[in-house]
Design a protein around this ligand. Structure first.
Ligand code: 5GP
Length: 235
């Protein structure tokens, strides 16, 4: 597989074309950003950790019947993935209240809701990824109602699988963000990454944060927290 020109550069990853038009290479960087790029830093080794963590999680989900863009991990920073057209929407699952929902609705962080909450956000940096609803998704041309149903159904299955996976590892899956894409043959698949950059993971015993909130909130030991997640996933 030959790495060709840079197609896209995001905050934490680069996407390269390959000699196969159906395949891309995703390169994980050490850059971290938060609060819509207001806070920025480099966390040495984060790219390697997230590449491995996300690869393990995607493989686990695929083994349990979830279609994804993941093909294989190529080296410590690169993954081979299917090229997809990303739905410009973030699908956020909340099992425990934290982060923006805690702040917006003035609910103490750590509150256990009666149900699982799925938020949809329009992926648009200029607007700060605003919260939208199902009708907005259709009105904005992001996806049809049928496609959204399929995405939400897959999201609920992913939440059950990931909650179980992390529970065994002594970790509470507080919340996480998913992105979906469409392949050239029209199939909807899970895309992007699942890592401590895109989720909140709390130690089940101590509630210690083992995710990007350590960076967002200047709690220190960011790398150590990500390492701990990888250590438990590979145990
Ligand atoms: P919140 O809405 O509390 O900021 O985020 C909820 C969850 O989704 C957290 O686990 C957070 O990491 C993830 N998330 C939401 N938006 C983004 C985003 O733009 N980038 C990343 N990496 N994660 C996000």
């Amino acid at each position: 597989m030959e790495k060709r020109e840079l197609l896209y550069e995001g905050k934490a990853k680069q996407v390269f074309l390959t000699d196969d038009p159906e395949l891309i290479i995703i390169h994980y960087k050490d850059d971290a950003s938060a609060y819509n790029n207001v806070k920025k830093a480099t966390i040495e080794g984060k790219g390697q950790l997230n590449n491995q963590i996300s690869a393990i999680i995607f493989k686990y989900l695929m083994e349990h019947g979830i279609p994804t863009h993941f093909v294989e991990q190529l080296n410590d920073r690169d993954q081979l993935c299917r090229r997809v057209k990303i739905f410009p929407m973030e699908v956020i699952v909340r099992n425990i209240i934290a982060g923006s929902m805690a702040k917006r609705l003035d609910i103490p962080e750590g509150t256990q809701p009666a149900n699982t909450i799925i938020d949809l956000c329009y992926k648009k940096d200029e607007l700060g990824d605003p919260l939208i609803n199902n009708d907005h998704v259709v009105a904005l041309g992001i996806a049809s109602y049928e496609e959204l149903d399929e995405i939400l159904d897959m999201t609920r299955r992913i939440n059950v699988l990931l909650t179980d996976l992390f529970k065994v590892l002594g970790i509470k899956l507080v919340d996480f963000k998913l992105e979906f894409g469409r392949t050239s043959d029209g199939k909807i698949v899970l895309a992007d990454e699942i890592s401590p950059d895109t989720s909140r993971l709390w130690d089940a015993e101590t509630n210690e944060k083992l995710d990007k909130d350590r960076f967002r909130r200047d709690l220190g030991k960011v790398h150590e927290a990500y390492e701990e997640i990888l250590r438990r996933l590979t145990k």
